[in-house]
Design a protein around this ligand. Structure first.
Ligand SMILES: C[S@@+](CC[C@H](N)C(=O)[O-])C[C@H]1O[C@@H](n2cnc3c(N)ncnc32)[C@H](O)[C@@H]1O
Length: 473
């Protein structure tokens, strides 16, 4: 029998809903374990290379399959004990069972492979990942969802004492209307867990139900916590479906009396089914409607809905790399696309003649302008709007362009405009190696990618930030 026939028969042997014993040989895109029985790729979440696992096939396509981990039959020597109680269930960080050094190796390879396979770019230098320090309690922002139905952990199923009702925490991947009732999140500074517990107790005692994602009824939606590393202060955003000032004001009083570190409590009212409404009404319940953070020598005001990099210490390393790659002399005109709260323009302000930022979120632009005044900076200007509309209207041509888009990368019209403007140098910051690779390839006709520096902002997840230096050919 020839080889292709053997493979075909074996591929056919993998069937949906059947369970198999498989050995994990690698980690694939998206951080999932990869098994290859007879060369046929099967992807399984929460596995470590070297594990032998019992897996139920949940999806079968022509050239690959997905499976659900049922049992670990033999643990890989690379497997580490996770710090987090929920790590086998929560969608937050799925890589806690992998040692940090190994996480960094896989992240670097993920960037290299994306550049080669998606971007088709060969021989690009991808440097070793700059690690995060610390690797726990590093996230400065967490958003916990409220649910009228909590997801029960396996050891809670038979416990009659445990109520199935209200929960506040993070989702189990694929189960959108239930949340794990998180008591301790290891990637957020610990005081956040105490605040979370007090909010949980208050909500349980209130007579108001959690918002239900199917019926679209209920009151409590999310709890967003932000922490300022430099000042060790907190912002609490209580997100509700409707306005009930008396109720949220009582919760704010409980929190502000107990925690002097909380400098801002706001109530965002989101009356939309998707939960990503653009028309958010915001009411300040305690202190200011923002908190301050420091990056290097600069201070930043951050509002509840403005983007701010989620790992403050790694963010400083990221911006230092941006400065190094931009290598400004003080004479350049710099343009920062996707400028958020103005952090990169302000960081670069004393190295350039002028820095312009473009950003779509109005509150972020308001913060960016406030931040320039706060830092007594006069050579930064910000434009509000969609980059693809704003960029063609700008008259001045930048010498250096910084591009830091969201996960989806750049709109192809923006790529076209960047190619037309033709700055001498581009520093591209990306949180998604796949769209980084795609965009670098689109810029290739005019720009050579010189090197890429990955920086870890997200320990225990497969996510990785990268900075790429591009020079005009
Ligand atoms: C990854 S963040 C970068 C922010 C900033 N550079 C920083 O380091 O904090 C991407 C930013 O792009 C903004 N954005 C997304 N789509 C946009 C668009 N089409 N036009 C302008 N800004 C956009 C988002 O609101 C967000 O602030």
């Amino acid at each position: 029998m020839d080889k292709s026939k053997v493979e075909k028969i074996n591929i056919m042997a993998i069937k949906k809903r059947k369970a198999y014993e498989l050995e994990i040989i690698d980690l694939a895109f998206g951080g999932r374990g990869l098994a290859k029985p007879d060369g046929f790729p099967v992807f399984i979440d929460r596995c470590v290379p070297g594990d032998v696992v019992f897996v139920k096939i949940t999806k079968k396509k022509k050239s690959w399959a997905e499976g659900k981990l049922i049992k670990i039959l033999k643990e890989s020597p690379l497997r580490k004990e996770a710090k987090c109680l929920y790590c086998n269930f929560c969608g937050g960080c799925k890589w806690q069972q992998i040692g940090y050094d190994l996480q960094l190796e896989y992240k670097k390879r993920h960037v290299q492979e994306s550049i080669e396979h998606i971007g088709g770019l060969k021989n690009i230098l991808v440097k070793d990942v700059i690690p995060s320090d610390p690797i726990f309690e590093y996230r400065n922002k967490m958003e916990f969802s409220c649910s009228s139905k909590r997801w029960l952990l396996p050891w809670e199923l038979d416990d009659q004492e445990i109520k199935k009702g209200f929960g506040i925490g993070l989702h189990v991947p694929g189960i959108f209307d239930k949340v794990i009732d998180i008591k301790q999140c290891e990637i957020m500074p610990n005081l956040g867990n105490q605040i979370l517990e007090d909010v949980r107790t208050f909500i349980k005692k209130s007579d108001l139900p959690a918002y239900h994602l199917r019926s679209h009824e209920g009151f409590w939606r999310f709890l967003m916590l932000r922490h300022s590393v430099a000042f060790d202060t907190w912002m609490v955003n209580i997100v509700t479906q409707e306005k009930k000032i008396d109720v949220v004001q009582d919760l704010a009083a409980v929190l502000s009396q107990k925690y002097p570190q909380i400098k801002s409590i706001v109530n965002n009212i989101i009356d939309s089914k998707s939960g990503v409404a653009t028309d958010i009404e915001e009411i300040t319940l305690h202190g200011e409607n923002y908190i301050k953070e420091k990056l290097g020598k600069f201070i930043f005001k951050i509002s509840a809905n403005s983007f701010f990099q989620t790992n403050t210490r790694s963010c400083e390393k990221l911006y230092s790399k941006v400065s190094e790659y931009a290598a400004l002399t003080g004479k350049e005109m710099v343009m920062d696309l996707y400028s958020g709260t103005g952090t990169i323009p302000i960081w670069l302000s004393d190295q350039a003649k002028m820095v312009n930022g473009i950003e779509i979120v109005q509150s972020a632009v308001v913060d960016a302008k406030f931040n320039t005044r706060l830092n007594k900076i006069e050579n930064c200007e910000f434009f509000e709007g969609d980059i693809k509309d704003v960029l063609p209207r700008l008259k001045s041509k930048p010498d250096v362009m910084i591009i830091d888009p969201p996960r989806v990368g750049m709109h192809k019209d923006v790529v076209r405009q960047v190619l037309l403007m033709g700055p001498e140098k581009i520093v591209y910051v990306s949180c998604n190696p796949a769209t980084l690779a795609r965009d670098l390839e689109m810029l290739t006709p005019k720009y050579e990618t010189c090197e890429i520096q990955p920086i870890d902002m997200f320990p225990h997840t497969y996510h990785i930030e990268s900075v790429a230096l591009l020079l005009k050919r």
